[in-house]
Write a protein of this length. Sequence first.
Length: 189
Amino acid sequence: MTTIVTILTQGYADWETALLNAAARSFYGIETKFATPGGQPVTSAGGLKVTPDMAVEDIDVTAIDALVVNGGTAWSLPDAPDVTDVLVAARDAGKTVAGICDATLALAKAGLLDDISHTSNDAENLPKTGYRGAAHYQDQPSAVVAGKIVTAPGTAPVSFMAGVLETLGLKDGNLEFYLGMHAAEHKTA
């Protein structure tokens, strides 16, 4: 069975991976699991309390298909969790690695964005991580898929969902319909 593990932190942004995990689990039958630093319960920006399935430190990248890092203010703090080892291990194992909003800081810190096209909340968001990928930054409002790495600004949960599912081989008419349904709200008259 295809498995997605989403990393959550204290104060995570509820909306950024909710659509991805809901569509993956309910529509595509993908197993969705959640991990936090130390396996501790966390509370979202909106007050949703989550008891995780595992600690970030216990993620076995050989047993998953995608590792998703949910955004939130924790990633921009000086004591942000360091998830470099698991991100690099997932990438090196050929797994999808995805980050949205400030979670792109974790991908940048891990060196995953140095040589590929990517995006974030804005171009000034990433340099403080020490990354060297500024030449590959794309300033756009939707997700960027580069091989099996997916990045998106926090305002793009729909294209982020589509990008992650696409890397899992699920780009089909059903996904296009789902995208159209969620994008309908933003069509101009």
